[in-house]
Design a protein around this ligand. Structure first.
Ligand code: PEP
Length: 249
């Protein structure tokens, strides 16, 4: 596979107030003084998307949402449409995070519909997949992840920029990570499923690893074959930690 530029994306989840933008200012200042070695993105809560996008206007930090509704507009109290994220300055959106698949019962069919909506609004989706601990212990990790990839990626993604994030559910926020061999095995399976679903054009789209990526394990994980970047939760909240991960890419 052609080695593309890696993408290191931070998922702030439900963390961050206006004052947290100071961390983004620090990150921006540090990145301004060095040549870009990878793409960098931050996905703050919806309340901060517009302010962060304004702050990051002109680069190099891209801004994304954490979810969107599949419908374009309507009576969906509390939800956010892809076009609203785009209008606020986002260029990306995380979809199908395990905290939504598990906490809100989101199916791969719904994730696919959301990815179609994101695409229609001009957003580049980061589609998350990953097995539970039970599924891994039953020897079903590859089978489960493969199924999620095939069922979550709309055919309309062919020819567009997007990413898949492999995030083992049991590794998110736990400090646990798979072995490098396990990461490689699943990433190779994700790549094969992406190509099976969307054709050879999908060979260049990045597959991010996510789940307890920290400054001290980032370099090893990012060097694994088929790891095209990282989706980082907790360690993206502090500029200093996130910067170390970016520098490892
Ligand atoms: C995530 O929520 O996408 C994630 C990877 O979290 P953490 O890095 O905190 O495990």
């Amino acid at each position: 596979m052609k080695q593309s530029v890696k993408l290191v994306a931070g998922n702030w989840k439900m963390n961050g107030l206006g004052a947290s933008l100071g961390e983004v200012e620090r990150l921006k200042a540090e990145l301004a003084g060095q040549a870009a070695t990878c793409r960098v993105a931050l996905c703050p809560p919806a309340t901060l998307v517009a302010r962060m996008a304004q702050l990051c206007d002109g680069g190099p930090i891209e801004v994304g949402g954490q979810d969107c509704r599949a419908e374009a507009s309507g009576a969906y109290t509390g939800d956010i449409a892809a076009a609203m994220l785009k209008d606020a300055g986002a260029g990306l959106v995380i979809l199908g995070h395990s905290e939504r698949r598990q906490g809100y019962g989101e199916t791969s069919a719904l994730v696919l519909a959301k990815a179609e909506a994101a695409l229609a609004a001009g957003l580049s989706p980061i589609v998350c997949v990953g097995e539970t601990l039970e599924e891994r212990e039953a020897g079903r990790a590859v089978e489960v992840v493969r199924g999620q990839v095939i069922q979550s990626l709309p055919l309309a993604l062919a020819g567009h920029a997007f990413a898949v994030a492999y995030e083992p559910v049991w590794a998110i926020g736990t400090g646990l990570t798979p072995t490098l061999e396990q990461i490689e095995e699943v990433h190779r399976a994700v790549r094969a499923a992406m190509i099976e679903r969307l054709g050879l054009g999908a060979a260049d789209q990045p597959i991010l690893y996510g789940g307890s990526v920290k400054p001290d394990n980032a370099r090893d994980i990012l060097a694994v074959a088929e790891v095209g970047g990282a989706l980082v939760g907790g360690a993206s909240l502090k500029a200093a930690d996130f910067l170390e991960i970016i520098r490892a890419a």
